[in-house]
Structures are given as structure tokens and as C-alpha cells.
Design a protein around this ligand. Sequence first.
Ligand code: NI
Length: 157
Amino acid sequence: MAVLDIRIAGDPVLKTVCEPVGRIDKKIRRTLKDMADTLYAAKNGIGLAAPQVGIAKRMVVIDLQDGKGLVELINPVITKKEGSQIVGEGCLSVPNFEGDVERAEYVECEYTDARGQKQFIATDGLMAVCLQHELDHLDGILFTDKAVTIVPKAPED
Ligand code: NI
């Protein structure tokens, strides 16, 4: 178990277009596990992209905390988007702000899992939003880059 440091907006790695993952070896699987540990250690996180822990590779972990468990995505690509919605978002790398972002309502996504198997997700709701947010991280884009409004986050008690 390794909880990694989460990089905060202003860190250049968050503005980097990440490299595709090549061979899925022990090191990649270890990194995905560390990313999951980091996600679970963070308060209120539902997704984490590799650049958020300083690794400029195309990997994402998502757990919507809805009982469906962890999804590990390697080299994910959104292959279809439909509809449009305005969604309130936050980000572990932008701890003090939240904002409204325009996102597609429905997305289809292809990726490779940690065992090297090709996978496909067709989804709407929170998962669709989370996929779009996390995949943006892999291209160096933060929600604050496209938000229509950004406001300071209400302090948590
Ligand atoms: Ni984020």
C-alpha cells in the first residue's frame, strides 16, 4: 500500500499530455494499485488520473463509491459522446474550488484493463462525467480550464 502525494494545480505535470502505456507489467499494475490507495485515502474522491500523482502516463482509476468497486483504465479513449449537460465538478488537484462544466451526457469509452484485456463502457450519469473529467487530465486539461463558473469551495467542517 502506498499513498502518493497528489499534485496541485500549478504543477507542470498537470499540464502535460501523457504518454500511452506500453507493456502492462508489474510496475504498471503497482502504479494502478498505488493510485487506488491514494484515491481511497483522499476525502470525497471518485477518480484519479496518473498525472495527479506525478506520472505522465495514460492511466486512470475510478470508484464512484456506489458499491460497484474500482475501475482501472489504461490508455482510455472516448469513442462516442452524445448530448450535453452542465455539471458541478471538483478535483483533488484543485482543492479549494468547484465549478460548473459542460459535459456530454452519454459517452462510450474503450480502454485496456490491468490484465491487458480490452474493455468497453457505455454510460451516462456520474460515470460519464467522471470519465470525461479524468480523461481530460491525461491531455493536461483541468476542469478549471473549461468551467463556465468557478467558485471557492465551501469550507468543510
Ligand atoms: Ni480531477
